[in-house]
Design a protein around this ligand. Structure first.
Ligand SMILES: Cc1ncc(C[n+]2csc(CCOP(=O)(O)OP(=O)(O)O)c2C)c(N)n1
Length: 585
């Protein structure tokens, strides 16, 4: 046991808090947490200082907890590793909620450490106290109320094993956020004369040892039920739909596994832009990768030629309403491949869960007899659609958002992560993102579809990682303009392509666009001057008006730092152009 005096002695209390904070952070580092995002506050002093002092991991301070939460979320998505978030008590903790929800739906291992008053200061009008017990409800995999620091071997063992349990709940098969609520009694900072180092060394030697880095473990393969494999392979006319499968970004083997399944079954793969597959066209050259389903399935007369008897679905269905309508009309058997026990059937199809990992399914399927005609028909539709879209876009002005998106997919360099904002950004990308062979990963907060936290998520994704590109609408950007506050501590390259159509372009596609209250209550155009906004945050900004400048900017992404490029579009014209292009098939 380390030597501290009575816990009511202020100096001993401060020392105990400091030691406990350091122990927590050290254990997290040893469990595989490599980044901690902190938000300033007094109650969290011990944890924050420990994060700042620990050389085994990276830490970054972010003022706004909502941004901090999304920054941590983006970093965890991109790395596939657990990321921790530390904040103080009160509404600070509540501001992490949107990111927690997104992490829960998207299976992101976010470890939220909120700090709280000790029990004697709760429920008595003490300042900055809210009820933080189970604050995030069922939106976390696990909640732990951590007992007040105590200088005993029993306490330190309890603390270590609670952290082990929490990280394993965050990183297990069903990944997701966990919430630990820590109470700390004042004071938090030791006087300069107190010797911490000797006790800290002893504490870490005795109590920080963990058996393994949970956050870096890969999961075992899960073999599929043979009977279901038999049923799956009995269909010669099938398709594979890979929807929102962002996690494939950190699983190259699974991506190759999908290509192998496709080859073995002889089934084309319809790939949403939210899986990395569209950026791995080379892997699918022996079978077929389809990107333009949203274009050619608009015409129900094609359903007769493209009627599969079975579907293998990986990830939640793509956004495309056109695809959903097609599936509901033909109503084939759907095998829902996954290992998280999540219901990914939002159309209540004639479906059955196929519990397995992709690699295990890939090795369970022997090459089947191919129906070459089946692949040929799909290939014809895919090629013709791509040509038709290119043809239409050639005569379309630069300021059509669909064109900007397609150009980005053509010019983006290899090893660049992409983040797509919600709203029309992700929809235009689904329709216009061209297949390429960059191997790039694509991310989007598609769990809860929020327009909040967009910039911060992208900054988290890009922080100390690959050069990255965010495409965002103006409202999504402004919703999280506090993310710009982190420009100076951000390390990396993030090019923000800001599509400014002066409001919510998505609502132009809805009947409400004809309502007299449309502009004020739905489109809600803002008056912010983006150049001035960027200047105020010392962030690089430029306005782009032509294809060549866009190309040069994108191709020069490495070393760009944080830069915002604004492209002005017209939301009303965009609706018209989008409809016209889709009618030209
Ligand atoms: C947090 C949150 N608030 C509100 C919405 C509803 N919403 C969906 S799209 C949208 C407008 C987004 O506008 P913008 O980012 O400019 O993109 P555009 O529609 O022009 O593509 C709004 C308000 C939401 N999805 N999330």
């Amino acid at each position: 046991m380390v030597s501290t005096n009575s816990s009511i002695d202020p100096e001993a209390q401060a020392k105990l808090n400091t030691l406990v904070g350091a122990l927590v952070v050290e254990i997290l580092a040893r469990l595989g947490v490599s980044l901690i995002v902190t938000a300033p506050g007094s109650r969290s002093t011990a944890l924050t200082l420990a994060a700042a002092n620990n050389e085994k991991l990276d830490s970054i301070a972010i003022l706004d907890e909502r941004s901090a939460g999304f920054f941590a979320l983006g970093a965890s998505k991109a790395s596939g590793k657990p990321v921790a978030l530390i904040c103080t008590s009160g509404t600070a903790a509540a501001n992490c909620y949107p990111a927690v929800i997104e992490a829960q739906i998207s299976n992101v291992p976010l470890i939220v450490l909120t700090c709280d008053r000790p029990f004697e200061l709760r429920n008595c009008s003490a300042s900055q106290v809210i009820d933080q017990i189970k604050l995030f409800g069922d939106n976390v995999n696990q909640f732990h109320e951590i007992g007040l620091p105590e200088n005993s071997d029993a306490y330190y063992s309890y603390l270590r094993q609670t952290l082990v349990h929490s990280v394993s709940r965050a990183c297990g098969l069903n990944k997701g956020p966990v919430h630990l609520n820590f109470s700390f009694r004042e004071p938090f900072l030791c006087s300069k004369n107190t010797d911490i180092e000797t006790d800290l060394k002893e504490l870490l030697t005795t109590h920080a040892n963990v058996v393994a880095k949970i956050g870096e473990q890969s999961h075992n393969s899960i073999l599929p039920e043979p009977l279901l494999v038999e049923k799956l392979t009995s269909h010669s006319k099938g398709i594979i739909i890979v929807g929102n499968a962002q996690e494939l970004a950190n699983d190259a083997e699974a991506t190759k596994g999908i290509a192998k399944i496709s080859r073995s079954l002889g089934w084309p793969v319809l790939a949403d832009v939210l899986s990395p597959l569209r950026n791995h066209s080379e892997l699918f050259k022996e079978c077929l990768l389809v990107s333009h389903y949203d274009f050619f399935l608009r015409d129900p007369s094609v359903f007769n030629h493209l009627e599969p008897s079975a579907i293998l679905q990986i990830g939640a269905l793509p956004t495309s309403k056109v695809l959903r309508n097609y599936l509901q009309t033909i109503n084939p058997v759907q095998f829902l491949l996954g290992n998280t026990f999540k219901n990914i059937d939002s159309i209540h199809a004639h479906s059955i869960p196929l519990i397995a990992t992709i690699d295990a399914l890939a090795t369970s399927i022997e090459p089947c007899d191919r129906d070459n005609q089946w692949i040929h028909i799909w290939r014809e539709y895919e090629i013709n659609s791509s040509l038709s879209i290119d043809h239409s876009l050639a005569s379309t002005d630069f300021d059509f958002e669909g064109k900007v998106t397609r150009l980005i997919s053509e010019y983006i360099p290899e090893n660049t992560n992409v983040f797509l904002a919600n709203s029309m950004t992700v929809r235009y990308a689904e329709s216009f993102w061209k297949q390429n062979n960059t191997n790039n990963s694509v991310f989007c907060n598609r769990g809860a579809n929020g327009i909040d936290g967009t910039l911060s998520s992208a900054m988290g994704m890009a922080h100390t990682g690959n050069p990255s590109l965010l495409i965002t609408g103006d409202l999504a950007f402004l919703h999280d303009s506090n993310g710009l506050l982190n420009a100076q501590s951000f390390v990396g390259d993030l090019l923000v392509v800001l599509i400014n159509n002066e409001g919510g372009g998505i609502f132009e596609h809805l009947p409400i666009s004809k309502n007299k209250h449309f502009e004020n209550y739905f489109a809600t155009p803002q008056t912010v001057d983006f150049k001035k906004l960027c200047n105020a945050h010392s962030v690089n900004y430029s306005l782009i008006k032509d294809e060549e400048t866009l190309r040069d900017t994108i191709q020069g992404i490495e070393g760009i730092g944080l830069k915002v490029v604004e492209i002005k579009t017209n939301r009303k014209n965009d609706v018209e152009t989008f409809l016209q292009i889709n009618q030209h098939k």
